[in-house]
Design a binder for this molecule. Structure first.
Ligand code: FEO
Ligand code: CA
Ligand code: CA
Ligand code: CA
Length: 572
């Protein structure tokens, strides 16, 4: 049965109302189950999560990490593997068993480090049809900030990537703050390093970092992780090149736990959200990339080589051209090439200081580009521009003007928008495109100006701060939010963060799911038979007011949840 035949319309579900419950709310005819939560062991010799201690560095290093974000599912030889980013850790909860919620010893800090990275594990349905982690599978792997990786591509070996501990600039340890993801047609997982800056510090708070590091938000103070106290390389005064070795897209083979992940410098260095891969009409691999910072940019990579369905694509992301988007007010746009001629920088410098290169060519400052999603049924792409309180108020960190512009039309943008572009000649490798806004989020109950939102936003479906986005095979666009959940004032009537579904042909948007208290909804993928949609719930109770998913007085835990139809039908 097609979804339309099952339910009589394009969506196949009735919209759910906004709410502030501490649970997952779904339309009638759908149900959810927990697949994996922060601290769940991936091997049977690891103790189960303990609410009293919340684990140790050693247990966390072999258990599902915290604050899961982007994810993908892979199937080969009838085995199914999930690769899931563990972006960061909610320190108040991680150390909630400690006085003041602060680390008391180095193991606490190491535990936070081990809660970061990527979790890769086999999943299977049990006899009751419920998805479970296959503990002890030979495919299970934890990738952490200590996993050995290769630095590859145009920046590899550059002086700016060399450190005292690693003088070749071609190897590095680990990945952290892995936000969104991508997957390639050749079966690899892409994990995207976002707020890598927040982990560097030095004892002398008056220490001034370079202007180049400042552009990336690195300073003498970290965000409270204290990693420099247990690992010298996070001391930015001692090792000022270490931050240049983070901020990349990392390619991982999910079926080979012994493989060395590769940081693909060809895709540039910035606060990567996700990496949306599509094979263009001319056979090149195109990767769309957002830099999630107020007033930063939207990028595109086009491979030098051509994809082969039967050949070896191992190094397709190794070399190619990097572009940045410029939008014109006449609903046209272009991809500006970041070349040595246009930027005055070397190929390696363009990859390490991509933000500076993009500023140099006059790219359009954006309202925090979060996920890009490419429609599999039509040659068009979408990006969630989540919000930007600085729009029209102050320039970005590179000094670029952030007055309102075509795709970012509202001062101090508090609700966000979803932008669509259509490449010329139905070819994602084209240098030019048409663009328009698919949705301007807003609150029509509170505002009657541009902050009411676009016509497809109404009292019944309103939301703020679109973030995660994914297309299903049928071309429906699933939209996840990471916004204000006060349910008051400008946000009255929006409830908790949520997941909606958009029909890109008609513009209709319908709310499918409401998440628990103080969470964001992030990460989406489908089982191979499309009868399960996996959805991530990140940081429930980040302000202390949730016991999701176990209820009672339990510690709230991020996790991945399997959504299915009670009649076993297709979803998405
Ligand atoms: Fe990790 Fe831009 O969200
Ligand atoms: Ca995000
Ligand atoms: Ca977030
Ligand atoms: Ca966000």
């Amino acid at each position: 049965l097609t979804r339309e035949a099952q339910a009589g319309d394009r969506f196949g579900f009735e919209q759910v109302a906004a709410n502030t419950e501490d649970t997952i709310t779904l339309p009638d005819g759908f149900e959810w189950q927990t697949v994996v939560q922060w601290g769940d062991p991936l091997w049977s010799d690891v103790p189960e999560f303990d609410d009293a201690t919340r684990g140790t560095a050693a247990s966390q290093a072999r258990a599902f990490g915290d604050n899961n974000d982007g994810m993908a599912i892979f199937t080969k030889d009838e085995r199914t593997v999930m690769a899931i980013n563990n972006e960061y850790t909610n320190r108040k909860i991680l150390w909630g068993n400690r006085p003041e919620g602060e680390p008391v010893d180095s193991d606490d800090i190491e535990k936070s480090m081990m809660a970061h990275g990527v979790s890769v594990f086999e999943v299977a349905r049990d006899d009751a049809g419920q998805w479970q982690v296959v503990k002890d599978s030979d495919l299970n792997r934890r990738i952490t900030p200590r996993t050995e990786m290769d630095l590859t591509g145009p920046a590899a070996g550059h002086d700016m990537l060399k450190t005292a501990a690693e003088p070749t600039g071609t190897k590095t340890l680990g990945t952290w703050n892995n936000c969104g993801n991508g997957e390639t047609p050749w079966g690899t997982y892409l994990t995207c390093e976002e707020n890598f800056n927040g982990y560097f510090s030095t004892e002398d708070e008056a220490h001034e970092v370079s202007a180049e590091l400042k552009r990336y938000g690195v300073s003498s103070k970290d965000w409270g992780y204290g990693w420099a106290r247990v690992d010298d390389r996070f001391d930015v005064a001692k090792h000022p090149n270490e931050p240049n070795r983070a901020g990349y897209v990392v390619e991982i083979d999910p079926f080979d736990p012994t493989s060395t992940p590769k940081k693909r410098t060809a895709l540039g260095r910035f606060k990567h959200e996700n990496a949306a891969v599509v094979i263009a009409a001319n056979g090149k691999a195109v990767v769309y990339l957002g830099d999630d910072e107020r007033g930063e940019f939207l990028y595109k990579f086009v491979s030098a080589g051509t994809y082969s369905a039967t050949g070896d694509n191992t190094d397709l992301l190794e070399a190619g051209d990097l572009f940045v988007a410029k939008f014109h007010d006449d609903l046209r746009g272009e991809w500006l090439a970041l070349t040595p001629e246009k930027t005055g920088m070397s190929e390696a410098e363009i990859r390490i200081h991509s933000r500076q290169a993009a500023s140099h060519v006059g790219a359009t400052t954006m309202d925090r580009p979060e996920w890009v999603a490419v429609n599999p049924t039509k040659v068009e792409s979408y990006v969630a521009l989540t919000n930007n309180k600085n729009r029209g108020k102050k320039p970005n960190a590179g000094g670029d003007d952030t007055s309102v512009n075509g795709p970012n039309p509202r001062d101090r943008n508090k609700y966000g928008q979803i932008l669509r572009w259509i490449p010329d000649n139905e070819d994602h490798a084209s240098a030019e495109f048409d663009w328009n806004l698919f949705a301007l989020a807003g609150n029509p109950d509170v505002h009657d100006d541009a902050y009411a939102g676009s016509p497809n936003i109404n009292s019944g479906n309103m939301f703020n701060s679109p973030d995660g986005m994914a297309f299903d095979e049928t071309g429906l666009l699933w939209i996840q939010t990471d916004g204000k959940y006060t349910n008051e004032g400008d946000f009255a009537g929006m409830g908790n963060n949520q997941m909606l579904c958009g029909d890109t042909a008609t513009g209709e948007i319908r709310r499918f799911m409401v998440g628990p208290k103080e969470c964001e909804v992030t990460g989406a993928c489908w089982s191979p038979d499309r009868r399960t949609m996996f959805v991530g719930i990140q940081h429930p109770g980040e302000k202390g007011n949730s016991h999701f998913p176990r209820g009672g007085t339990s510690v709230p835990r991020s996790g991945v949840f399997a959504i299915s139809r009670t009649d076993g039908g297709l979803i998405g």
